[in-house]
Ligand binder design. Structure first.
Ligand code: NAI
Length: 468
C-alpha cells in the first residue's frame, strides 16, 4: 500500500493535518506510539488540565463565592477521585473522537513507533516488536514536544514527588505544600488547580515577571490577582537544585543578580520550565533531516524540511508551542500537499491562560511595539465598569487594545478577565481582516455582555469610551 501522506504523530498538528488531507482526497496514514490518539494535548495536556481547572474552580466557588449571590451552602468536601474520573472521562471522549474522525475519513491509523527510513519510507515498530514498513509520497513529522527540565540542573522526575505536568494532572491527594518551578503557563494553570483544592503554592521564577513575553501590564495585574488567591511568588530567582528531602522534595534557588542561596521544602515540586521538540528515535539523522540550533526540525515557509518529501509542523518546529498553531499548520500543509495554497498568519495567533480570571492575548504587546519603534495608541476598559461583569461578580480585570497611531489598525489585544479566552477571538478576527479600533468600536455588541468591554476598549482607543 502506498500513501499520499504518512503523518508521524496524532496530536493536534498531526490528526488535523490527516483529516484535512483526507477531506481533500489524499490517501492518508497516521502513525502513533501512544495507546490513544490526540498527543500530549488531548491525553495529558490541554484537555485534562482544563477539566481540572474547571472542576477546581467550581469547588473553590462553592466554598467561597456563593453567599454573595444569596446562596448559602455548607462548605463543600472534595472528592478528588471523582474529580479525576471527570478528567479521565473528558480525555476519553476526546481521544475516542479522534479515532472516530480517522475512521470517518478512511485514514489508516497504525499503532507503533514511527521511524523515517528514507524519504518515502517509514518503519513502524509495534509494542510486540513486530516491524512493518509503509510507503508514501510525503512524510509529515508531527511528533510534538516533551518536558525540557531545568536547563543545567539534574532533576529526577518521578511523577509523584517531583512531577512534570503529566504528574500534575494525576496526583492522588492534594499536597499540603507545592512548589512550582517556572511561572509560565503550565506552572500557573496547574498551580491554580492545586491551590484551589487546598495546597499552599509557591512559584519560583527566573524572570522578574510571571508569564514572560505577555504584555507587562497584564502580567503585573495578574500576579497581584494570584497573590490575592494565596499563591506566593519568588521572582528573579534561579533554581539551581531540586532533590528529594525529608518532607517530600526541596528546591534550592538563588537571586538571579547573585546572593545567598535559599532552600524551600514542599510535599510536591512541579517542574514547569518549558518543553523541547521531540525528535528522538525518529531516524532524522540517518534520513539527513536538518535541525536548527535549538533542536527543532528546520523548515521553510511551506513546512518543507531540507529533504524532499519530508515536512514538519507543530511543536517540533519553530514558533509558539500551542495546539491551535499546530492545527493551523496541519491544515495549511494538507492544502499545500493537495496542490492548494495553505498559509498560516503567525501575526494573529491568540494565546490563552486558563486560570481564573483568564488571560488572553493576540498580536503585539506594548513592550514589543516600543522595541520596534512603532507609534501606537492604547485603549483600556475595566470590567468594574461593565454591567454584566457586576451582575456576575466578575469585575476583576480589563481589556487593552493597541492600535497604530496613524492608521488606527489594531496591532494587539490583551484581556484579563472571566471568559477572556472566548472574547479574544473577536479581536483576532478583526486583526485578520486588518481592521481598525474604530471598526471594532462601531460594531454593535449585545447588551449586557462582557464583550461590551472589548467594544469600549476599542472606543477608548480611537476616541472615548461611553461608560467611563
Ligand atoms: P514556559 O516557557 O511558558 O515557562 C517556563 C518558565 O520557567 C519561564 O518563565 C522561565 O523563565 C522559567 N524558568 C526556566 N528555568 C528556570 C530556573 N532555573 N529557575 C526558575 N525558573 C526558570 O513553559 P511551560 O509553562 O512549561 O509550558 C511549556 C509550553 O507549553 C509553553 O510553550 C506553553 O505555551 C505551552 N502550554 C500552553 C498552554 C496554554 O496555551 N494554555 C497550557 C500549557 C502549556
Amino acid at each position: 500500500m502506498s500513501y499520499d501522506v504518512i503523518i508521524i504523530g496524532t496530536g493536534p498538528g498531526g490528526y488535523v493535518c490527516a483529516v484535512k488531507a483526507a477531506q481533500l482526497g489524499l490517501k492518508v496514514a497516521v502513525v502513533e506510539k501512544r495507546a490513544t490518539y490526540g498527543g500530549t494535548c488531548l491525553n495529558v495536556g490541554c484537555i485534562p488540565s482544563k477539566a481540572l481547572l474547571h472542576a477546581s474552580e467550581m469547588f473553590h466557588q462553592a466554598g467561597h463565592g456563593m453567599s454573595a449571590l444569596g446562596i448559602d451552602i455548607p462548605a463543600p468536601t472534595l472528592n478528588l477521585g471523582n474529580m479525576m474520573a471527570h478528567k479521565d472521562a473528558t480525555v476519553k471522549a476526546n481521544v475516542d473522537g479522534v479515532a472516530f474522525l480517522f475512521k470517518k475519513n478512511k485514514i489508516d491509523a497504525i499503532k507503533g513507533n514511527g521511524k523515517i527510513v528514507s524519504a518515502g519510507k517509514v518503519s513502524v515498530t509495534a509494542e510486540d516488536g513486530t516491524v512493518q514498513e509503509i510507503e508514501g509520497k510525503n512524510i509529515v513529522i508531527a511528533t510534538g514536544s516533551e518536558v525540557a527540565g531545568i536547563p543545567g540542573v539534574q532533576v529526577e522526575i518521578d511523577e509523584k514527588t517531583i512531577i512534570s505536568s503529566t504528574g500534575g494532572i494525576a496526583l492522588e491527594k492534594v499536597p499540603e505544600t507545592l512548589i512550582v518551578v517556572g511561572g509560565g503557563v503550565i506552572g500557573l494553570e496547574l498551580g491554580s488547580v492545586w491551590s484551589r483544592l487546598g495546597a499552599k503554592v509557591t512559584v519560583v521564577e527566573y524572570l522578574d515577571t510571571i508569564l514572560g513575553g505577555m504584555d507587562g501590564e497584564v502580567s503585573k495585574q495578574f500576579q497581584r490577582m494570584l497573590a490575592k488567591q494565596g499563591i506566593d511568588f519568588n521572582l528573579s530567582a534561579k533554581v539551581t537544585g531540586v532533590e528529594k528531602g525529608d518532607k517530600g522534595a526541596k528546591v534550592t534557588f538563588e537571586p538571579v543578580k547573585g546572593g545567598d542561596k535559599v532552600t524551600l521544602d514542599a510535599e510536591v515540586v512541579l517542574i514547569a520550565t518549558g518543553r523541547k521538540p521531540f525528535t528522538a528515535g525518529l531516524g532524522l539523522e540517518e534520513a539527513g533531516v536538518a535541525l536548527d540550533n535549538r533542536g527543532r526540525v528546520e523548515i521553510d515557509g511551506h513546512f518543507k524540511t531540507n529533504v524532499a518529501g519530508i515536512y514538519a509542523i507543530g511543536d517540533v518546529v519553530k514558533g509558539p508551542m500551542l495546539a491551535h498553531k499546530a492545527e493551523d499548520e496541519g491544515v495549511a500543509l494538507a492544502e499545500i500537499l493537495a496542490g492548494q495554497h495553505g498559509h498560516v498568519n503567525y501575526e494573529v495567533i491568540p494565546s490563552v491562560v486558563y486560570t481564573q480570571p483568564e488571560i488572553a492575548s493576540v498580536g503585539k504587546t506594548e513592550e514589543e511595539l516600543k522595541a520596534a519603534g512603532v507609534a501606537y495608541k492604547v485603549g483600556k476598559f475595566p470590567f468594574t465598569a461593565n454591567g454584566r461583569a457586576r451582575a456576575m461578580l466578575a469585575t476583576d480585570g480589563f481589556v487593552k487594545i493597541l492600535a497604530d497611531k496613524e492608521t488606527d489598525r489594531v496591532l494587539g489585544g490583551h484581556i484579563v478577565g472571566f471568559g477572556a479566552g472566548e472574547m479574544i477571538h473577536e479581536i483576532a478576527v478583526l486583526m485578520e481582516f486588518g481592521g481598525s479600533s474604530e471598526d471594532l468600536g462601531r460594531s454593535c455588541h449585545a447588551h449586557p455582555t462582557m464583550s461590551e468591554a472589548v467594544k469600549e476598549a476599542a472606543l477608548a482607543t480611537f476616541f472615548k469610551p461611553i461608560h467611563m
